[in-house]
Design a protein around this ligand. Structure first.
Ligand code: SF4
Length: 356
């Protein structure tokens, strides 16, 4: 008679405790589980903690694009790589607020603003703070990714009403030096510490498909899950191979390895939003459905959704409908409302800056 291991045959009936003491070997064991067992376990934990038929939708806007002095090997915004990216100075506050309004109308509940900086200069802070206040006044949650923060900058953003700060670990501590040399892993942990201390929710995750081993994926999730508090949002990006960056010719990343990474993140951090962001365009509908099942419950609408009558936006909403998923915290958006709310096309180049 067919059977499977007792640990996964029954649905957990109680919420597992939040743990910050995961051992590397435990995480490696999760990655090595048979696929169906892993999916069942992850989904069971997911539905104990979230409405399994809701996905939170955030919009990401690049408020300052390119010319970044850092050397992140995957990133077209680094000044060190010739990617043809059009550099854009910090956007005007009013322009950012207009895009935030459009994002709200298309069903986003959180508006994320990303600037390609090593860290914000003090002279940039007044504009950035005005953006946070303005977006917040619209009733949207606010998120920013601006690079490394000093404690006083974190507390100024907190006072302005910033809800989330994104700062990714990118990969394991062991593999990190192969990807970035201009800031250390500890620099990243320090920024996350300042953000937490300032009372801002932490959004932190990484990128897979950069040539790392499974052990590195274990190492990344170990770092995230053993933080003093789990990040409230955990973006899992799939490498976008951009021509001109050192990672342009990286090998294809296996779909099942991606889905497993999402499932393990869900198991380790049961109450965190696990977010799909960069690399979604390489995932078909069936894969989206599987990663939602594995516990992903947040997606990024990129800036393109703000700027074109957007097939991508419609594709996401169409898939939601077909899967019976609702965007979290918003009334369903009708086709007519959606079409009416999309602004005229703007040509700004967009890159997901959420990989800071
Ligand atoms: S990921 Fe962020 S810090 Fe790194 S090069 Fe790109 S914009 Fe700069």
């Amino acid at each position: 008679m067919p059977h499977s291991s007792p640990s996964v045959t029954s649905m957990p009936s109680a919420q597992p405790e939040l743990r910050n003491d995961w051992a590397r070997s435990e995480i490696a064991t999760l990655f090595a589980m048979p696929f169906n067992d892993l999916m069942f376990k992850a989904h069971s934990i997911h539905r104990l903690n979230f409405n399994q038929n809701e996905v939170q939708v955030s919009t990401l806007l690049s408020i300052k694009t390119g010319a970044c002095p850092e050397d992140c090997k995957y990133c077209p915004q680094s000044t060190r790589y010739d990617t043809g990216l059009e550099v854009e100075q910090l956007m005007e506050v009013e322009k950012v607020l207009a895009d935030a309004r459009a994002a709200k109308e298309t069903g986003s509940t959180r508006f994320c603003m990303g600037a390609a900086w090593r860290s914000p200069k003090d002279r940039d802070m007044p504009a950035v703070i005005a953006m946070v206040k303005g977006v917040k006044e619209m009733g949207l949650e606010t998120c920013m990714t601006l690079g490394m923060l000093k404690p006083d900058q974190a507390s100024a953003l907190s006072q302005a009403g910033l809800d989330y700060y994104n700062h990714n670990l990118d990969t394991s501590p062991e593999y990190y030096g192969d990807i970035i040399t201009t800031r250390t892993y500890q620099d990243r942990l320090d920024t996350l510490h300042h953000v937490r201390e300032a009372g801002i929710n932490v959004c932190s995750g990484g990128i897979v498909g950069m040539g790392e081993t499974i052990d590195d994926r274990v190492g990344l999730l170990l770092e995230l899950a053993n933080m003093p508090e789990h990040p409230q949002s955990v973006p899992i990006n799939r490498l976008v191979r951009v021509e001109g960056t050192p990672m342009a010719d990286e090998a294809d990343f296996d779909n099942f390895d991606f889905i497993r990474t999402i499932a393990v993140a869900r198991i380790l951090m049961p109450k965190s939003y696990v977010r799909l962001s960069a690399g979604r365009e390489t995932m078909n509908e069936e894969m989206h459905a599987l990663v939602y099942f594995a516990g992903a419950n947040s997606i990024f609408y990129g800036e393109k959704l703000l700027t074109t009558p957007n097939p991508e936006a419609n594709k996401d909403l169409d898939l939601f409908r077909r899967l019976g998923i609702s965007p979290e915290g918003v009334e369903p958006v009708s086709e007519a409302d959606l079409a009416a709310s999309l602004p005229a096309s703007r040509t700004a180049l967009f890159y997901n800056a959420a990989s800071h």
